[in-house]
Design a protein around this ligand. Structure first.
Ligand SMILES: Nc1ncnc2c1ncn2[C@@H]1O[C@H](COP(=O)(O)OP(=O)(O)OP(=O)(O)O)[C@@H](O)[C@H]1O
Ligand SMILES: [Mg+2]
Length: 144
């Protein structure tokens, strides 16, 4: 488990790089933090650094957005904030996405906790004053 302080948006690129390095080897990355903690903002920067060409924004009308890099490699961005029933996630085939071998970035994954794979990266964002954020990365293996 590693924690860093992100002292504001000018540091976001450095923070994203740190997260990418620590999450290496994991395909499912779960971003946890209260409303406005900065999950989407961090995912936008991570996506940019990983070569995503599309505009990155939280999926609103669906549960998932698909992005691609220059080579056509797919990346998936989920937001389960508005989900009423885990069944909705099952219906869109979340399990297949999570086991597809593609990178999956997940907001509000705690709302579908039972569908999150055994192995994943957990990125927790803690909101401090103004633009301060504490970012903790934990690699969860076999659900622990
Ligand atoms: N250090 C920082 N890291 C990330 N976001 C920051 C930081 N400082 C300030 N912000 C701001 O905080 C806000 C975070 O909004 P964002 O949509 O990323 O949060 P979120 O966690 O995805 O919220 P939601 O739960 O509603 O999806 C943005 O306005 C962003 O500019
Ligand atoms: Mg968001």
């Amino acid at each position: 488990m590693t924690t860093i302080s992100c002292k504001g948006l000018p540091q976001i690129s450095e923070c994203a790089k740190f997260v990418i390095d620590l999450c290496e080897g994991q395909k499912v990355w779960v971003f946890k933090g209260e409303l406005g903690a900065g999950k989407t903002t961090l995912i936008q920067e991570i996506a940019k650094q990983m070569g995503v060409l599309d505009r990155v924004s939280s999926p609103t009308f669906s549960l998932v957005n698909e992005y691609q890099d220059q080579a056509g490699v797919a990346f998936y961005h989920f937001d389960f904030y508005r989900i009423d029933d885990v069944e909705e996630a099952v219906e869109i085939g979340v399990d297949e996405y999570f086991h597809s071998g593609s990178y999956c970035w997940v907001e509000w994954g705690e709302r579908v906790a039972e569908l999150i794979p055994e192995n994943f990266a957990l990125i927790e964002l803690l909101k401090g004053d103004d633009e301060m954020r504490e970012i903790t990365v934990k690699i969860i293996l076999d659900g622990e």
